[in-house]
Design a protein around this ligand. Structure first.
Ligand code: TYM
Length: 341
C-alpha cells in the first residue's frame, strides 16, 4: 500500500452547506450565511460553500422545483455577500466524490448511532414508512465535511449532533485504519446559533412550520416582515431584558436585533431601558428590513444573470481538485479500487 500523509493546508479551511429546499429564513441567515460572509472576508480563512442538493432528495422533490431552488440558493448565497472570487461555491451533486465518500461513511457507521440523531427522530416521527435517505443523511454530511479536510464548519446549533457524529466517524477511521481525516469543529455564532420561531419561542425557526408568521423569509416584503415582528410572541412584564429561560420571546428578538445591528445584548438593554415592546419592535422592523432589502434587490439582479452557471461550474472544478485526492487517500486506506501507481 502507498504511504499516506495528510497534506497540510496553510489557511483555516471552512466548509458548510445549505439545502435548496425552499425559502431561506432569518434563522438560516443568522446561523449560517451571515457567518459565511464574515469568515470569507477574513484572510486567514479558505472557504468552501455548497448547495447540498443530494441532501434535499432525502425527501421527495419536484424536479423542476429542485432545479429552480438550486439556482435560487446560489443567487442568495451571492446576494448575501458570498464572493466566488474569494470562496468556492458549488453544487454537491456536481462533485461525485460526495456520493462515493458518503457510501464509505455509511459503511463506517452503526444503525444505533444514526437512530439516535434527534433530527432523524423528529423528521421520521408519525411516518409509517421512513425514506432510507433520511436515516443515512448524517453520513453524507460527514462526507461533505471530511472530503475537504475542513477545520471548521459554521452552522446553527441544530447541526451540533451531526458535527459530533462526523468527528466520531473520522476518529473511528483514524483509529482503525491510520490517520486519514482531520477532525473538524463546529463554529457557532453566539447570538445567531439558534433563532426561535416568532409565534412560539420554544421551537426553532424552521422552513417547514405550518404558520408562515413563525418565520421571516429572506424574500418577505417589508409589510410581511413588519406583520411577523409586531405579532411575535413576547411576555407580559414589558421589560427589554435578555433572559432566554424566563423571557424566550424577547430574548430571541434581541438576538436577531443584535446580530443584524452589531449592538451587543447589554447595549440593547440600556438603549431600551424604560421603553416598551412597541418601540423595540418598531425599531427591530427597521433593522430587519434594512438588512434584508439590499439582499432582496441583489437577489433579483443576480438571479437573472447567466453568470450563475459559470460560477457553479468553476466552483465544482475547484472543489473536485480538493476532494478527489482526499477520496483517493480514503480509498487507499480501505484498499478499494486499483490503488495509486
Ligand atoms: P439546513 O439547510 O437545514 O440549514 C442551513 C443552515 O441554517 C442553520 N439554521 C439555523 N440557524 C439558527 N437558527 C435556526 N432556527 C436555524 N435553522 C437552520 C443550520 O444550522 C444550517 O447551518 N444538514 C445541513 C446541511 C448540510 C451541511 C453539510 C452543513 C449538509 N452537509 C456540511 C454543514 C456542513 C442542513 O440541513 O442545513
Amino acid at each position: 500500500m502507498a504511504e499516506i500523509t495528510i497534506p497540510k493546508h496553510d489557511k483555516n479551511r471552512i466548509f458548510s452547506g445549505i439545502q435548496p429546499s425552499g425559502d431561506l429564513h432569518l434563522g438560516n441567515y443568522l446561523g449560517a450565511l451571515h457567518q459565511f460572509v464574515d469568515l470569507q472576508n477574513d484572510d486567514q480563512n479558505e472557504c468552501i460553500y455548497c448547495v447540498v442538493d443530494m441532501h434535499a432528495i432525502t425527501v421527495p422533490q419536484d424536479p423542476k422545483m429542485l432545479r429552480k431552488r438550486i439556482y435560487d440558493l446560489t443567487a442568495l448565497y451571492l446576494a448575501c455577500g458570498v464572493d466566488p472570487k474569494k470562496s468556492i461555491l458549488f453544487v454537491q451533486s456536481e462533485v461525485p466524490a460526495h456520493a462515493e465518500l458518503g457510501w464509505i461513511m455509511t459503511c463506517s457507521s452503526y444503525t444505533g448511532e444514526l437512530s439516535r440523531m434527534t433530527q432523524f427522530k423528529s423528521k421520521s416521527q408519525g411516518r409509517e414508512s421512513v425514506p432510507s435517505g433520511l436515516f443515512v443523511y448524517p453520513t453524507l454530511m460527514a462526507a461533505d465535511i471530511l472530503l475537504y479536510d475542513a477545520d471548521e464548519v459554521p452552522v446553527g446549533t441544530d447541526q451540533t449532533q451531526h458535527i459530533e457524529l462526523t468527528r466520531d466517524l473520522a476518529n473511528r477511521i483514524n483509529n482503525t485504519r491510520g490517520e486519514t481525516f482531520i477532525l473538524p469543529k463546529g463554529r457557532y455564532l453566539k447570538e445567531g446559533a439558534r433563532i426561535m420561531a416568532l409565534d412560539d419561542p420554544s421551537k426553532k425557526m424552521s422552513k417547514s412550520a405550518p404558520n408562515p408568521m413563525s418565520r421571516i423569509s429572506l424574500m418577505d416584503d417589508e409589510k410581511t416582515v413588519k406583520k411577523a415582528i409586531m405579532r411575535a410572541t413576547t411576555d407580559s412584564d414589558g421589560e427589554i431584558r435578555f433572559d432566554p429561560e424566563n423571557k424566550p420571546g424577547v430574548s430571541n428578538l434581541m438576538n436577531i436585533y443584535s446580530v443584524l445591528s452589531g449592538e451587543s445584548l447589554d447595549s440593547l438593554e440600556s438603549m431600551y431601558r424604560g421603553k416598551g415592546y412597541g418601540d423595540f419592535k418598531k425599531d427591530l422592523v427597521s433593522v430587519v428590513n434594512g438588512a434584508l432589502q439590499p439582499i432582496r434587490t441583489r437577489f433579483e439582479e443576480i438571479r437573472e444573470s447567466s453568470e450563475l452557471i459559470d460560477i457553479l461550474e468553476d466552483g465544482a472544478e475547484k472543489a473536485s481538485a480538493i476532494a478527489n485526492p482526499v477520496l483517493a487517500r480514503v480509498k487507499e486506506r480501505f484498499g478499494m479500487g486499483l490503488g495509486t501507481k
